[in-house]
Each structure stands twice: as structure tokens, then as C-alpha cells.
Ligand binder design. Structure first.
Ligand SMILES: NC(=O)c1ccc[n+]([C@@H]2O[C@H](COP(=O)([O-])OP(=O)(O)OC[C@H]3O[C@@H](n4cnc5c(N)ncnc54)[C@H](OP(=O)(O)O)[C@@H]3O)[C@@H](O)[C@H]2O)c1
Length: 282
């Protein structure tokens, strides 16, 4: 019986992975913020899978909550086979227009949240020779204007994960990075933008970026279930790849950034960025 612990289970990829792993016959620990006050989220899964589902409140940025969750799960199962760090959100806007608290909190959740949970559960993962999946993004290998903090948090997750792969392999724990392109989860509606400021020197770039987002959100969406099922499929492999890119846009970004010569890539992106971000009157 595999025990699968998922952070950010209340929505998007996390919620879909809860369903996918339960369907596969795994026991799932679905974690999220304030779950006791959000009983409706897993109503259907609770009805279908009963004792295969354990719901545990865990804000990944709150170390006390992580410790309480760890003790509870250890008491319940004594082990974790798979940890999926999916909790996260985006903070977009020019660096100069962001508040320091916003900047720090982005790192608290996306980066330190991954660290808090991984550190707490590693002893149990070592015991079971388990697997860790860390959600990064195409923004974990590709810098993008007005996305510097989100990119920084995901680049940090990439560095952490790549290093942990070699550190944990001798102890039987495998690490894999998940790099999705753009998928229609609640990521867009949970996205935090810097405060609109008509005096900002980044106003034109900001407005063009928002417009780009609206255009992208009107396109035919990529289905997040393919990521959830993709992670389930990976989890069944005996050897995990270092990373897995998802989505057509993800694969294109992967090719541009990782296969083109670096000088060519940046010359190309300089042109793309000035076309997209500097449109219209200054
Ligand atoms: N969707 C995309 O296009 C995309 C692309 C690349 C990477 N990603 C990454 O994929 C992961 C999942 O995002 P998603 O697309 O599924 O977005 P989503 O639908 O907004 O889900 C995000 C999840 O993270 C949770 N979360 C946020 N802060 C948390 C915290 N402090 N503690 C615990 N949980 C927290 C949210 O919980 P609440 O319900 O409490 O808010 C929610 O369950 C994120 O790491 C994101 O960066 C998404």
C-alpha cells in the first residue's frame, strides 16, 4: 500500500492528483490550508474512497502546522512513499513595484514551503525508499519580465531538487521536477499582481502583460488532468527522470531555452519581449 502525500491538494493539479492516485488504489494524504473549515472540497472523494483518504490541514509556510501534520501522519501510517510538493502561487509585477512582504511571502510558500515539507517528511521517505516530486514550471528554467519573483522561487526549487537528487540517491530516495507550461487550473485566479500604480515607470509593460494574460486565457486550454495523470504514471516507474516537462508550450520553451545556443536564445527573446511588452504609447 503506497502512502501518497500531496501539498496544495485543494485545487488545480493537487486536487486532480488526489483523485488520480485514489483511483489507482493508493492511500492519499490530501493536505491544504484550513481544511477543517473547507469540508466540501473532498466530499466526493470522501464518499468514494473513505479510509483511503486522510485530510490534513497544512499550510506549507507554517512550520508548526507542518510539524503537527508530520506527527499525525507518522502516527497514522508510520511512512510516506510519495511526496508531491504542489502548493504554490504566482506573484507577478515589476520588482520595483512589489512590496517587500509580497516578495518574501512568494519565497515562503513556493521555496521555503517545499523545504519545510521535504525536511519534515524525509525521515519517513528514507525508510520507505520513497519518491519526491517538486512542482516547478517553465518559469523554473526561463526568466520572464515582470515575473522575476515567481521565476526566482521556481529556479530555487530547481536548484534544490537537482542537488537533492544526488544527495538522497544513496539513501534510496528519488527526486523529480515537474515543469508544466500554462494550464487552466485556479492558478490564474489566485495570481497576485503588484498593485496598479499609474505613476509606475513599468505601467506600459504591466498593462501589456495583463493583456497577454487575458489573450492566453481565451485560448483553448491545455487540460490539467494530463499533468495529474502524468505524475501518477511517473510515480509507477522504478527510475524517475530528473525532470518532466508538460504541455506544448512547455516543450517549446524547453527547446528554446535548453537546445538553442544561449546567445541565440537571448537575442531572440530580447526581440520577443520588446515586441510584447513595449507595445503602444510609452
Ligand atoms: N497552472 C499552471 O499553469 C502552472 C504552470 C506551472 C506550474 N504551476 C505550479 O503548479 C502548482 C499547483 O498550481 P495550480 O496550477 O494547481 O494552481 P491552483 O489551482 O491555484 O492550486 C494551487 C494550490 O496551492 C495551494 N497553496 C497556496 N499557498 C499555499 C500554502 N501556503 N500552503 C498550502 N497550500 C497552498 C492552494 O491552496 P488554497 O486553496 O488554500 O489557496 C491550492 O491548493 C504550483 O506550484 C504552481 O506554481 C502551475
Amino acid at each position: 500500500m503506497r502512502i501518497v502525500l500531496i501539498t496544495g491538494s485543494t485545487s488545480g493539479f493537487g486536487k486532480l492528483m488526489v483523485e488520480a492516485f485514489l483511483k489507482n488504489g493508493d492511500t492519499v494524504v490530501a493536505t491544504g490550508r484550513n481544511l477543517t473549515r473547507r469540508q466540501e472540497i473532498f466530499e466526493q472523494e470522501r464518499a468514494h474512497y473513505k479510509e483511503k483518504l486522510l485530510e490534513v490541514t497544512m499550510d506549507v509556510a507554517n512550520k508548526e502546522e507542518v510539524a503537527v501534520a508530520k506527527n499525525l501522519i507518522e502516527g497514522h501510517f508510520g511512512k510516506v512513499d510519495i511526496l508531491i510538493n504542489a502548493a504554490g502561487y504566482g506573484l507577478f509585477g515589476a520588482l520595483e513595484d512589489l512590496q517587500e512582504e509580497e516578495i518574501r511571502y512568494q519565497m515562503e510558500v513556493n521555496f521555503f514551503g517545499t523545504i519545510n515539507v521535504t525536511r519534515a517528511f524525509l525521515p519517513m521517505l528514507r525508510k520507505s525508499h520513497g519518491k519526491v516530486f517538486n512542482f516547478s514550471s517553465v518559469f523554473g528554467f526561463m526568466g520572464f519580465p515582470l515575473t522575476s519573483l515567481y521565476c526566482a522561487s521556481k529556479y530555487a526549487v530547481e536548484g534544490l531538487s537537482e542537488s537533492l537528487r544526488g544527495e538522497l540517491a544513496p539513501h534510496g530516495v528519488q527526486v523529480c521536477i515537474i515543469e508544466p507550461g500554462g494550464y487552466r487550473t485556479n492558478f490564474g485566479s489566485n495570481l497576485l499582481w503588484s498593485q496598479e500604480n499609474s505613476d509606475s515607470i513599468y505601467r506600459r509593460q504591466f498593462n501589456n502583460y495583463k493583456e497577454l494574460h487575458t489573450k492566453i486565457s481565451q485560448r483553448k486550454p491545455q487540460q490539467p488532468i494530463e499533468v495529474a495523470e502524468g505524475v501518477l504514471k511517473l510515480s509507477l516507474k522504478s527510475q524517475l527522470p530528473m525532470r518532466k516537462v508538460f504541455g506544448q508550450d512547455g516543450k517549446l520553451s524547453h527547446f528554446l531555452k535548453r537546445c538553442l545556443p544561449s546567445g541565440l536564445y537571448f537575442r531572440l527573446m530580447d526581440k520577443v519581449f520588446s515586441k510584447v511588452f513595449l507595445r503602444g504609447p510609452a
